[in-house]
Design a protein around this ligand. Structure first.
Ligand SMILES: CC(C)(COP(=O)(O)OP(=O)(O)OC[C@H]1O[C@@H](n2cnc3c(N)ncnc32)[C@H](O)[C@@H]1OP(=O)(O)O)[C@@H](O)C(=O)NCCC(=O)NCCS
Length: 228
């Protein structure tokens, strides 16, 4: 069977099939935005979707990303491969294609992704967090040294705590040795919190995260260390 990568910048039948058939089963509900919010992001031009389709046009893998022009940060919001196709190289290929396209189109930019703590338990449908980190590390990802959490759909009480923020690409202008530009990341984080939670609140977790982004010299990145 042949596989082709296609791109969508508007919601359509393929988007619906990706959301319902790939994303909804692959992510815990608290980590996945609503179908309407992803469709809106495609419509307003801030998001794009890459999908790998089989010969019949059915999606077997997809990557959805959101661009913050203000911060010059591209978030790989969701990447999923259908369970039957996992482990066959499709996810790695799609990740390279999507990151390569974003890095070229939006130069200079940072491309980041958020993943669960690798010590979290594995789940049949959602996958194994340790192997997921290994997947991204094999693609060259570096872990930012920040106490990251995914903003909560519905407010701060719904945050996913203890996540990692990865750097998949950093343009030379936004990179300072083994650190990346904290200002770009802070702008990205504030915009992200406002969009998802409605405001940037002054709670302890937000303050710790923003302080970590404000460190002089940028935000250090490197391999994941337990306890990070
Ligand atoms: C993580 C994922 C995108 C990888 O795509 P893939 O096509 O399976 O990966 P590739 O074949 O290119 O690379 C194989 C590597 O992917 C990772 N992987 C494969 N299956 C996995 C699973 N069920 N859970 C987590 N990681 C997995 C492993 O690191 C694997 O290497 P290994 O076989 O040496 O352990 C895919 O497994 C998936 O969709 N998982 C569920 C959803 C998810 O975790 N999305 C990413 C979070 S944003």
């Amino acid at each position: 069977m042949g596989f082709t990568t296609v791109e969508r910048s508007r919601p359509d039948a393929l988007f619906t099939a990706v959301y319902r058939g790939l994303f909804a089963p692959s992510f815990p509900p608290g980590e996945l935005g609503s179908e309407a919010s992803l469709a809106d992001a495609l419509r307003d031009g801030s998001a794009d979707l890459f999908a790998v389709v089989d010969d019949a046009g059915a999606p077997v893998a997809a990557a959805f990303g959101e661009w913050s022009a203000h911060a010059r940060v591209q978030l790989l919001t969701y990447l999923a491969v259908g369970p039957a196709a996992r482990g066959g190289g499709i996810g790695g290929r799609l990740l390279r294609e999507a990151v390569g396209a974003w890095a070229a189109r939006r130069d200079p930019c940072l491309v980041v992704a958020e993943i669960e703590d690798p010590r979290a338990p594995a789940h049949d449908a959602h996958g194994d967090p340790r192997r997921r980190l290994a997947f991204y590390e094999a693609a060259g990802a570096q872990v930012l040294d920040v106490p990251y959490f995914q903003p909560g759909f519905g407010g701060p009480g719904h945050r996913v705590l203890g996540m990692l923020l990865l750097v998949l690409h950093a343009a030379p202008q936004l990179r300072h040795g083994d650190a990346v530009d904290g200002e770009a990341l802070r702008t990205f984080m504030e915009d992200y919190l406002e969009a998802v939670e409605g405001a940037v609140t002054a709670d302890a977790a937000t303050t710790a995260l923003l302080e970590a982004l404000d460190r002089p010299g940028g935000v250090p990145m490197g391999p994941w260390r337990p306890g990070q």
